[in-house]
Design a protein around this ligand. Structure first.
Ligand code: COS
Length: 386
């Protein structure tokens, strides 16, 4: 079904989605939440959580049934991301990257590429990475330096990417490279699949990060990596559009992660305020705390409404999905940063120490305002449509 920008995008959550959400909630409370503090502290990629997601069919959420997925669409995927992020943002990123790193193939790849990569991602066996940014090309990926040169039927890729999620964990990297320097800024770029075992590929510097510490981020190095012509995604020199069309959809994952973090912090602060007594009463009985909690709950609910409605735009193929996903990402991430900061305030001194989860949530929230396009870039994307 294709919808235009003018059509409203009412979303309804089908009963099977609600049932699935309940099952995910239970799994998160029992299996993910107890691991969250440790994942943050050790900064180790949680392979056990990835296996858990695989065994509960979560890794299949980004994919169509014909490629081994659940075929349940964007709304269900992001409901799952939100539920996981309530307890552990690093674990939510496992699902988000499964979507971000495969969308280029889903949207633009040949059937051969789809069959080669998507089913093994849907089962959870493989995980991808999306390699667009570079040390000198963040908000402006059109200024990238990585080059790919044709050599017979192959392409040879040379360059270094930066801030790449899943570095060292990914089985393959979607690498964007300039294939025609004559075309100028943001043009003449192509997208390739580069398997991690290809000669010349190396795992470079890994970052020490403020948040999402259970997810490895860093510099993949492509030192004259040779890939066959079949690894080109979409048409040659059309890679910038592959990247933009991907981000138009994947930014909803960041929005969902942010809504989850905001709700997780709100729920924790509310429960704490009912237990914590000062001046002889639970602090939840003070209006100063009540107002904070009411605002946190309301703003998070508003962000969720925008997220779900943007997801239904993507599922309906609406022409203004990019604008809506940018708006959802902007509002949800600002809400997450604000709500987690308020949660720390509600907990006071306890909020500031790692024995309680809200300081981790506050650190995790910050990246949602930055990655998959800073919120300044989201405003630019939105303003261009007005
Ligand atoms: N979908 C499809 N095509 C798109 C598009 C979209 N959403 N947005 C732009 N394009 C196309 C344009 O139509 C243009 O095509 P033509 O060559 O046929 O004219 C081409 O891409 C270049 O577009 P434009 O000139 O608008 O590119 P800019 O360099 O001005 O960049 C922004 C635009 C700022 C939107 C882009 O650089 C951006 O999204 N930056 C943020 C990157 C980001 O999110 N990084 C995070 C990394 S992933 S963690």
């Amino acid at each position: 079904m294709t919808a235009t920008a003018d059509e409203p995008a009412p979303y309804a959550i089908p009963e099977e989605f609600s049932d699935f959400r309940e099952a995910i909630r239970k799994m998160v409370v029992e299996r993910v939440a107890p691991r969250a503090a440790e994942i943050d502290e050790t900064a180790e990629y949680p392979r056990d959580i990835r296996e858990l997601f695989g065994s509960h069919d979560l890794m299949g959420l980004p994919f169509e049934a014909e490629h081994g997925g659940t075929g349940t669409g964007t709304l269900m995927l992001n409901i799952a991301v939100e539920e996981v992020a309530k307890a552990c943002a690093s674990s939510a990123l496992i699902l988000m990257i499964q979507e971000l790193g495969t969308l280029p193939i889903k949207l633009f790849g040949t059937e051969e590429l789809k069959q080669r990569f998507l089913p093994r991602c849907a089962s959870g066996e493989w995980s991808p990475a999306f390699a667009l940014s570079e040390p000198d090309a963040g908000s402006d990926p059109g200024g990238m330096r990585t080059r790919a040169v044709r050599d017979g039927a192959d392409w040879v890729i040379e360059g270094t990417k930066n801030w790449i999620t899943n570095l060292g964990v990914a089985d393959f990297y979607i690498c964007f490279a300039i294939t025609d320097p004559e075309q100028g800024h943001s043009r003449g770029i192509s997208a390739f699949v580069v398997e991690a075992e290809r000669e010349g590929f190396a795992v470079g510097k890994l970052e020490h990060k403020m948040g999402i510490r259970g997810s490895p981020t860093g510099q993949p190095i492509f030192d004259n990596v040779r890939v066959p012509g079949e690894n080109l995604i979409g048409e040659v020199n059309q890679g910038f559009k592959v990247a933009m069309a991907t981000l138009d959809r994947s930014r909803l994952g960041v929005a969902a992660q942010a809504v989850g973090i905001a709700q997780g912090a709100t729920d924790y602060a509310a429960a704490y305020a009912r237990e914590r007594r000062q001046f002889g009463k639970p602090i939840a009985s003070f209006q100063g705390i009540q107002f904070k909690l009411a605002d946190m709950e309301s703003r998070t609910a508003a962000a969720r409404e925008l997220l779900y409605s943007a997801c239904s735009k993507v599922d309906a193929g609406a022409t203004d999905m990019g604008k809506y996903s940018a708006m959802a990402k902007l509002i949800a991430s600002d809400t997450a940063m604000w709500a987690t900061t308020e949660a720390v305030q509600v907990l006071g001194g306890y909020g500031y120490v790692s024995e309680y989860p809200v300081e981790r949530m506050m650190r995790d929230a910050k990246i949602t305002q930055i990655y998959e396009g800073t919120n300044e870039i989201q405003r630019l994307v939105i303003a261009r449509t007005m």
